[in-house]
Design a protein around this ligand. Structure first.
Ligand SMILES: C[S@@+](CC[C@H](N)C(=O)[O-])C[C@H]1O[C@@H](n2cnc3c(N)ncnc32)[C@H](O)[C@@H]1O
Length: 230
C-alpha cells in the first residue's frame, strides 16, 4: 500500500486513544519538549502560525496557551485526528484555532501566509521530506521560522541502545494494549530507522532554502528540535 494511504489509515485507527497513549508512553515529558519547540519558534505576538500535521492539536494548544491572541491553523490529512483536535478546542472553549484537512506535501495556503510554522513528531511519516520543507518555506513570510520537533538518533551508542530497546520493544507492546493497535505502534518506531540523523536533517533544511539552520538535542539526543529561517 502507498505509504501516505497507510499512514492516514493507521492514524485514523489510533486517533480515539492517541492522546492518552502518547502521555503514557512519554510519561508526560513530551509536554516539556513541545514547550521548548514552541519557544524556538519565537512567535510574534498575535501572529499567524501553521501547525503542520497537527494531529489532535497538541502543539496548537501549546501555542495558544503561550499567547491566546495567536491565530493558529492546524493542518492534517487524517479526519479522525482532526475530529479529536476540534473536540478538544470545543471542550476547552479555545478560540484562535482552526483545523483544516490537507496534505503537507501540497499545502492548501497561498505563499507567505504565516508568521511561523511548526511540526511535531511527524516528519518521519511524510513520503517526501524535501517537498514538505519546501512547502513550509513557501507559506512562510520571509524572516519567519519553521521548527521541527521529532524523535532522532541519539549520538551516545549506549543510550541509543537503551532507547531503542524502549522504542522498538516497549512502545509496540504498550501501544497494542492501550492504543488499540500493535501494528501501528510497531510502524511508528520503525519510521525512525530510515529517518535522517540530526545533521542530515539540518542539511535538508538548508537544501530547501532555510537559513540560520540549527538544532538542539533533548532527551539525551533521542529528540531533536530543528530550526530554520525562511
Ligand atoms: C504522530 S502524529 C503527530 C501529531 C501532532 N503533531 C503531535 O505532535 O502530537 C502524526 C500526524 O501526521 C499526520 N500526517 C502524516 N503525513 C501527513 C501528510 N502528508 N499531510 C498531512 N498530515 C500528515 C497524521 O495524520 C498524524 O495526525
Amino acid at each position: 500500500m502507498e505509504k501516505s494511504v497507510y499512514v492516514r489509515e493507521m492514524f485514523a485507527s489510533i486517533a480515539p486513544r492517541y492522546d492518552a497513549t502518547n502521555r503514557l508512553l512519554t510519561g508526560g515529558v513530551d509536554e516539556r519538549w513541545r514547550r521548548r519547540a514552541v519557544r524556538e519558534l519565537a512567535v510574534p505576538a498575535g501572529g499567524r502560525i501553521l501547525d503542520m500535521c497537527c494531529g489532535t492539536g497538541d502543539l496548537t494548544f501549546h501555542l495558544l496557551r503561550t499567547d491566546p491572541a495567536l491565530k493558529v491553523t492546524g493542518v492534517d490529512f487524517c479526519d479522525p485526528m482532526l475530529d479529536g483536535a476540534r473536540r478538544r478546542a470545543a471542550q476547552g472553549n479555545v478560540a484562535g484555532a482552526t483545523f483544516v484537512q490537507g496534505d503537507v506535501l501540497a499545502l492548501p495556503f497561498p505563499d507567505r501566509s504565516f508568521d511561523g510554522a511548526i511540526m511535531g513528531f511527524s516528519m518521519r511519516n511524510v513520503v517526501d521530506i524535501g517537498a514538505t520543507l519546501r512547502e513550509a518555506r513557501r507559506v512562510l513570510v520571509p524572516g519567519s521560522r519553521f521548527v521541527n520537533l521529532d524523535v532522532s538518533k541519539a549520538p551516545n551508542p549506549w543510550f541509543r541502545r537503551l532507547f531503542n530497546l524502549y522504542f522498538y520493544k516497549v512502545v509496540p507492546l504498550v501501544g497494542g494494549l492501550v492504543g488499540g493497535s500493535r501494528s501501528a505502534y510497531r510502524y511508528l518506531p520503525n519510521s525512525l530507522t530510515n529517518f535522517p540523523g540530526a545533521d542530515e536533517l539540518a542539511a535538508r533544511f538548508s537544501e530547501a532554502g532555510f537559513r540560520d539552520v540549527r538544532y538542539v538535542r533533548l532527551g539525551g539526543g533521542a529528540i531533536a528540535v530543528h530550526v530554520g529561517t525562511a
